[in-house]
Design a binder for this molecule. Structure first.
Ligand SMILES: [Zn+2]
Length: 187
């Protein structure tokens, strides 16, 4: 199996507790679950429907505020933004709009009819989305094409620990909808 991202060779390891096979790219250190763990859209939605993203929740707001406090100082003063993969909630977009950043949202399951293909944005945010994607490389390229010149794509996901023993104990891959995991490659 070659890496989706960089086409280099992978090696695999098995999590003995779940028997799930993981492929580890020897080039870019990307890890992905074996393909039978990739769920259909319907199955994924059934699981996401269980997530309780309460718009009024202070902890949920605080979670997004931490994200914005990290991202916004790095990206200057964007006038437009897209929240890609927002899930059910438009809370992050509401927060951006309240900061006078004209923002919209898209989610393939919950808000598939909002279109982003004909527009460009100074900032695209995508929080806790990329670990769910079957082909994150393709989505990454598509989102880059929707950025204004000098725009920013801000992705939040957790980097894997880059050690298979520690990885097996890591909570993040135990969510069945989390199927791909990234690492910053040595350059
Ligand atoms: Zn790779």
């Amino acid at each position: 199996m070659d890496c989706h991202i960089c086409s280099q060779k992978t090696k695999y390891f098995t999590d003995e507790t779940t028997s799930i096979v993981y492929y580890y790219c020897l080039g870019c250190e990307y890890i992905f679950k074996s393909l039978e763990n990739y769920s259909s859209i319907e199955k994924q939605k059934a699981r996401y429907d269980l997530h309780d993203n309460d718009e009024g929740s202070e902890s949920y707001k605080a979670y997004y505020q931490r994200f914005l406090d990290f991202v916004l100082p790095l990206v200057g003063s964007p006038e437009s933004a897209l929240d890609f993969g927002c899930g059910k909630s438009t809370l992050l977009v509401n927060m951006l709009n309240n900061m006078n950043i004209k923002s919209t949202y898209y989610d393939p399951l919950y808000h598939p009819n909002t279109t982003y293909d004909s527009k460009k944005y100074e900032l695209i945010v995508s929080t806790e989305v990329f670990e769910h994607l079957h082909r994150p490389d393709e989505v990454f390229v598509r989102l880059l094409s929707r950025l204004e010149q000098h725009g920013y794509l801000a992705i939040q996901t957790q980097f894997h620990p880059n050690n298979s023993d520690i990885f097996k104990r890591w909570y993040y891959h135990q969510d069945p909808t989390h199927i791909v995991f990234f690492q910053i490659p040595d350059i």
